[in-house]
Design a protein around this ligand. Structure first.
Ligand code: HEC
Length: 136
């Protein structure tokens, strides 16, 4: 199986990501958040498969959305990030909250397309930041 089938060029291209310096404790905290983001995406997808829209909406809002900013200590990490990186982070939190609202509406309308569209917009923010920045 070709793991990088979407963009095989990236596997061999020189790493052009910008390195972002932050104290080791902050790095650890951020990567811990990241692993929870990935876990949340998986849980959201599982909830969507069961048409459990309210559950998907809650996970997105509480774990990645605007409601998660405090628990993630976003205010402490933001100063270490270059402005464009911070902006992608803000876009991610907004996209998660938008997804959350769309998922709640889907519980009534039973229309999956807008939900998947907003889920993809959310994931695009993960990809955008990972394409541009690294910690190590
Ligand atoms: C604002 C930038 C930014 C956003 C947005 C972002 N990440 Fe990350 N993420 C990073 C950086 C930087 C790293 C470290 C990469 C490196 O040093 O190679 C990382 C690492 C990770 C890791 C590896 C964790 C580890 O322990 O090594 C996972 C998993 C991850 N991100 C998931 C996600 C998911 C899922 C999303 C979207 C819901 C997301 N990230 C959004 C910047 C971001």
């Amino acid at each position: 199986m070709l793991l990088l089938s979407v963009s095989p060029a990236r596997a061999t291209a020189k790493d052009a990501r910008q390195k972002v310096a932050m104290p080791p404790m902050m790095q650890e905290h951020m990567l811990n958040n990241m692993r929870d983001h990935l876990r949340a995406l998986q849980e959201i997808q599982a909830a969507l498969a069961k048409k459990n829209f309210d559950n998907a909406a809650d996970i997105a809002e509480q774990r990645i959305g605007m409601s998660s900013l405090d628990t993630h200590g976003a205010a402490h990490m933001a100063p270490y990030m270059p402005k464009p990186m911070r902006d992608i982070g803000t876009q991610m939190h907004r996209a998660a909250s938008r997804f959350s609202r769309t998922a709640q509406e889907a519980a009534v309308k039973a229309d999956m397309a807008p939900v998947l569209d907003d889920f993809s917009t959310l994931q695009r923010q993960c990809v955008a930041c990972h394409d541009s920045y690294r910690l190590r």
